[in-house]
Design a protein around this ligand. Structure first.
Ligand code: GDD
Length: 331
């Protein structure tokens, strides 16, 4: 039986990847960092919690010994490093914590893999945030686009990307970077813009709220569905050689377009409800993202199954259903 270890297993991507790998017959190990509310640890894993092939262990990216212990216990064939402080604006509030988890945490994991199970294949969750405001002449970012990050989070991800390439070359390890553009779902944290808009618009529709306050409406992002993107992660580790791949839809929308689409779907006028507040701006903004994933499509045959519109409808419908059942909840 193939074994995989996932850091960040209880995040959006970790939970979808767990379902995907269990379906493929893997034994899936995941690390959880201790949280005072135990229920908050695993709610995204509800559909698979208690599955005989799912093994959860306490460990932390800050705690090298705990990573060593879990690797020794699991001896995985594949390691997916999805753990991070992944919120870009919050990385300006907690830059050191972000660097330690999102940057040095990766190095701790690589070093532990090198010492304990050096033939394991390692997937690193790299990010389009690494490109900063660099765009190729044709309007896209791709594997060869220069990286000039504009946030502590982006800087930490560039460190992780580089140390992965360095370990791959230095030690001949199978380590691959997936450079993923924004990917969303109903499981997305509701302080990321897509799910914030979907959730608040659903509340407005049901009469539970009367406003939505946002930051930069002009920024554009290339938004895909997390379910499609976890399949890419797995495909990247099945390739015959370790390599780095962009994963994106190739279509970008502005935050304003996102708002218009969601409010239009709910038959609401955004001008009546949407406000902006500088508290949601970042000290330095990444303005535009649009990815070219030709390499992933051509080398591995990856395909998208969701459109932006289908994904946003799924998210809005999730929140409509949630608040109809729990009108008192704040989600
Ligand atoms: N979060 C948030 N909240 N973003 C807002 C808001 C708001 O109220 N108003 C406007 N935005 C804008 C942000 O300024 C940004 O330009 C865009 O919406 C998307 O913000 P997020 O959803 O927070 O995502 P992100 O692009 O900063 O980062 C995500 O994608 C990266 C991949 O490029 C995260 O998932 C990162 O972890 C990931 O690496």
């Amino acid at each position: 039986m193939k074994k995989a270890l996932i850091t960040g297993i209880n995040g959006q991507d970790g939970s979808y990847l767990t379902e995907f790998l269990l379906d493929k017959g893997y034994q899936v190990w995941g690390i959880l960092k201790r949280n005072s509310v135990a229920e908050n640890q695993t709610y995204r894993l509800n559909s698979v919690y208690g599955h005989p092939n799912l093994k959860l262990e306490y460990a932390d990216m800050l705690d090298f010994a705990s990573l060593v212990r879990v690797l020794q216990k699991s001896m995985p064939h594949e390691v997916y490093n999805l753990a991070a402080q992944s919120h870009v604006r919050i990385s300006f509030d907690q830059p050191i914590y972000t660097a330690e988890i999102t940057g040095v945490g990766t190095l701790k994991l690589l070093e532990a893999v090198r010492l304990i199970c050096p033939t394991s294949r390692v997937y690193q969750a790299s990010s389009s945030e690494m490109f900063g405001n660099n765009i190729d002449a044709d309007g896209y970012q791709r594997e060869t686009t220069a990286m000039s990050p504009v946030s502590p989070y982006g800087c930490a991800k560039v460190f992780s990307y580089n140390i992965c390439v360095n370990y791959r070359n230095s030690y001949n390890m199978f380590i691959s970077n997936g450079i993923l553009f924004n990917h969303e779902s109903p499981r997305r944290g509701s302080n990321f813009v897509t799910n914030k808009v979907a959730k608040e618009a659903a509340k407005i529709k049901l009469g539970l709220s009367d406003k939505l306050t946002l930051g930069n409406m002009e920024a554009t992002r290339d938004w895909g569905h997390a379910k499609d993107y976890v399949e890419a992660m797995w495909m990247i580790l099945q390739h015959d050689v370790p390599d780095d791949f962009v994963c994106a839809t190739g279509i970008s929308h502005s935050v304003q377009d996102l708002v218009n689409f969601v409010f239009n779907y709910l038959d609401l006028d955004p001008q009546k409800y949407v406000r902006t507040d500088p508290r949601y701006l970042r000290p330095e903004e990444l303005r535009d993202l649009k990815g070219d994933c030709s390499k992933l499509k051509n080398a591995l045959g990856w395909k998208l199954s969701y459109t932006f519109e289908d994904m946003m409808k799924e998210m809005v419908d999730y929140w409509l259903d949630f608040f109809k059942k729990n009108p008192q909840a704040n989600g």
